[in-house]
Design a binder for this molecule. Structure first.
Ligand code: URA
Length: 239
């Protein structure tokens, strides 16, 4: 119910419950508690949740220097500084501080949850600027798989986009999203990364939007995301 009300991902909502911040009719509840949103008052930090929020979907071109978190204990700029504070939206997955490009933000908890869940294998495309050539052996290794701490990871595809001077641009497509995965993979195969940008999530390309700027998704784009995760579509969406 909390995720559906746009409070955050299911995981984030579980953490809120575990932290004792959620109450039903004034009683703090624990994980697994049941409630009827029609007849009971559900609150987070004392504030009533609305079970039918206006659904918001934003596409941000994240610049470098911003962390993908709602609050940063170290006080660094966060992606939340770049979008309106209300209605509240949450980042879908993460981009590293030094990574630029497409970041979705929404209050649609179920869609967000599915887009980041590995079982849906949503493709993410990145453009990496590397120093030197994209050596064939390194490219082969990226495709064949590399052992990292969490297991073997591989790219779905990799192709050279162009080279200028000692710089080469390559496009890497992943269907998984381990922490700093592109950076770790390129480091493992000895390709020195200078710049990294995400240019597509599932059916959604970054398109022509300046760094630091965002735009609402169109209805068709929201539908395409729903289709990509096997859902039939939101009841209502405001853009
Ligand atoms: N891979 C990375 O290394 N960083 C990101 O931000 C996303 C994917």
């Amino acid at each position: 119910m909390l995720a559906a009300a746009g409070i955050g991902s299911r995981r984030a909502c579980e953490e809120l419950i575990a932290a004792g911040r959620v109450a039903v009719d004034g009683e703090v509840v624990t994980l697994g508690a049941k409630a009827d949103p029609a007849s009971q008052v559900i609150t987070v930090d004392g504030e009533r949740i609305h079970s039918n929020p206006t659904l918001i979907y934003l596409l941000l071109n994240k610049p470098t220097g911003y962390v993908t978190t709602v609050t940063d204990p170290q006080g660094r700029p966060t992606v939340m500084d770049l979008v309106p504070a209300s209605p509240r939206v949450y980042p879908v997955g993460r981009l590293d501080r030094d990574t630029e490009g497409l970041l979705l933000l929404t209050n649609d908890g179920e869609l967000a949850n599915r887009l980041v869940h590995p079982s849906y294998e949503i493709e993410k495309a990145y453009v990496a600027q590397i120093r030197g050539p994209a050596k064939r052996r390194a490219v082969r290794q990226l495709l064949d798989g590399i052992q990292i701490e969490e297991g073997v990871v591989r790219v779905r595809s990799v192709r050279e986009l162009g080279a200028s001077g000692d710089k080469t641009l390559i496009e890497i497509v992943l269907a998984e999203g381990k922490k700093r995965q592109v950076r770790r993979m390129l480091q493992a195969v000895g390709l020195p990364l200078e710049r990294l940008a995400r240019v597509r999530v599932g059916p959604l390309p970054l398109g022509d939007i300046n760094p630091g700027k965002f735009r609402p998704l169109t209805g068709a784009e929201v539908q395409a995301l729903y289709l990509a995760v096997g859902m039939s579509g939101p009841a209502s969406a405001a853009s």
